[in-house]
Design a protein around this ligand. Structure first.
Ligand code: KIV
Ligand code: ZN
Length: 521
């Protein structure tokens, strides 16, 4: 690989998924892994196999697909963790074990209660063990940016001696600033023997809003791998955003003099996929993938744009896969046009799923004149939810009044064809509808969060609802979409109820993450 190539190490499925509200089912993780491979990332960190049986299963299943990128799993410096990563990732043709241990004084004293020499010994032992299993081993000194420089250089030297092929420098708590990080990388380059034989990597968190800037500073100082996530999701303020780092390198190629292998036209669809799955939608003004990123509303800007796009536009929308117009289909659109557009949006559905989604599309096109990309994404994301039963929502009737409780009546069809009708009162229409669903299905949920997002534009836009609920002490997330927001909420709630019932049916005692292990992508 040339010295100007920057490897993109995507950790959406590990560091990103670790963030509250971002957990994904196996089926969702497979969709994301496939999208990441179409984006052409170099490495996918698919999870932390020792964290839970569900994590192990998902890393293994992703590895088995052999999508193309190197599949990596995270391990602490102990035999059990390393063996688990190996058992999970070995199914991929190209695989990596990533071991880490904290090195800063704060972590040494308060978390690990280990002396400096003990930490080096533990790291060296872990790297050697991992190297007995695989050729590709990455080592991370956690909280490197707050570690004494001379000790950090000692740790990195020992890691290289032990056989690490990539050494990653994390700014674990998002504390550093670009000039300081530049100094750190230059110090390592000057003080660590054989550093040119390994890939130096960077991993930044965004607590001070500098994850992308710090990652780029590291690249200028010699890093050749960036660890990042789609939409910058991750613990606390998140990780370095993949799309921002990649587009900065592409747009300012004459400054950085490096390149990534990313197919940037897949950035927008991948961002949408991840936000639809996690329910975490980037703010409208987010760089690259925010809804306003390419919108020019000020008259003076529009005038300039009409004269020549480059007056105010440093990137073209099509470079990130954002179609000029997202108005696509209507009531008279045929199955072919529908399927072609889904493929352009990055969804490859099988015959059965296409037919089912096409029927939903026709129903939607009857309700609203113009069907936008966002509406189509919503339809695909909800297919496989409520529609895979056992319960299907047949009808919903709501009555609200400013000074009386709301009333909801639902009619549901069970998979054997039988019907159940229930009604309930509640403080508002959502509370009433959820109670009616609970009576009908027998599944009780505690609603923790209800988020509403508009899937497209205009007054008749579909509402996308993401609900976070608890059942028997476990957390679940469900999604639903409709032009009626109460109905969207009901669909989201029923999706969770159906998943709980399907799991009970299989007698599964696993985590929510493994509730769709039978699903294919
Ligand atoms: O932020 C961090 O330090 C990490 C390491 C495990 C790489 O995520
Ligand atoms: Zn991290």
């Amino acid at each position: 690989m040339s010295d100007t190539h920057i490897k993109i190490f995507d950790t959406t499925l590990r560091d990103g998924e670790q963030a509250p509200g971002c957990s994904m089912t196996l089926r969702e993780k497979l969709r994301v892994a496939k999208a990441l491979s179409e984006l052409n990332v170099d490495i996918i960190e698919a999870g932390f196999p020792a964290a839970s049986p569900g994590d192990f299963e998902s890393v293994k299943t992703i590895a088995e697909q052999n999508f193309g990128p190197v599949i990596c799993g995270l391990a602490r410096c102990n035999t059990a963790d390393i063996q688990k990563v190996y058992d999970a990732v070995r199914h991929a043709e190209k695989h990596r074990i990533h071991v880490f241990v904290a090195t800063s004084a704060i972590h040494r004293e308060h978390k690990l209660k280990m002396a400096k020499e003990e930490i080096i010994k533990s790291a060296v032992g872990a790297i050697k063990l991992a190297r007995e299993l695989v050729d590709d081993v990455e080592f991370s000194p956690e909280d490197a940016s707050r570690t004494e420089l001379s000790y950090l250089a000692e740790v990195v030297s020992a890691a290289i001696e032990a056989g690490a092929t990539t050494v990653n420098i994390p700014d674990t708590v998002g504390y550093t600033v670009p000039a300081e990080f530049d100094r750190l990388f230059r110090y390592l380059n000057d003080h660590v023997a054989r550093i040119e034989e390994i890939t130096l990597s960077v991993h930044c968190h965004d607590d001070l809003g500098m994850a992308v800037a710090n990652s780029l500073a590291a690249v200028s100082a010699g890093a050749r791998q960036i660890e990042c996530t789609i939409n910058g999701i991750g613990e606390r303020a998140g990780n370095c955003s993949l799309e921002e780092a990649v587009m900065a390198i592409k747009t300012r190629a004459e400054f950085f003099n490096v390149e990534t292998g990313i197919d940037t036209t897949r950035l927008y669809p991948t961002s949408r996929l991840v936000s639809n799955i996690t329910g975490m939608h980037p703010p409208r003004n987010k760089a690259i993938v925010g809804e306003n990123a390419f919108a020019h509303e000020a008259g003076i800007h529009q005038h300039g744009m009409l004269q020549h796009a480059s007056t105010y536009e440093i990137m073209r929308p099509e470079d990130i896969g954002l179609a000029k117009s997202s108005l696509v289909l209507g009531k008279h659109s045929g199955r072919h046009a529908f399927r072609d557009r889904l493929i352009e949006l990055g969804f490859e559905l099988d015959e059965f799923e296409t037919n089912r989604t096409f029927q939903e599309f026709k129903k939607l096109a009857d309700k609203k004149k113009d069907v936008y990309d966002g509406d189509l994404e919503s339809l695909v994301m909800s297919a496989g939810g409520t529609s895979s039963g056992p319960w299907t929502l047949q009808s919903l009737e709501i009555q609200t009044h400013t000074d009386r409780p709301a009333t909801a009546a639902v009619n549901l069809i069970f998979e054997d064809g039988s019907e159940v009708s229930e009604s309930a009162h509640g403080d508002g229409p959502i509370a009433a509808a959820f109670q009616a669903l609970e009576h009908a299905t027998g599944v009780e949920l505690v609603l923790k969060n209800f988020e509403l997002h508009s899937a497209s534009i205009g007054e008749d836009a579909q509402g996308e609802v993401t609900v976070s609920v608890e059942h028997d002490g476990q957390s679940f997330r469900g999604r639903g979409a409709s032009v009626d927001i109460v109905e969207a909420g009901c669909r989201a709630c029923l999706e969770v109820m159906n998943r709980i019932l399907r799991r009970k049916d299989r007698g599964a005692a696993g985590t929510p993450a493994d509730d769709s292990t039978r699903a294919t992508i």
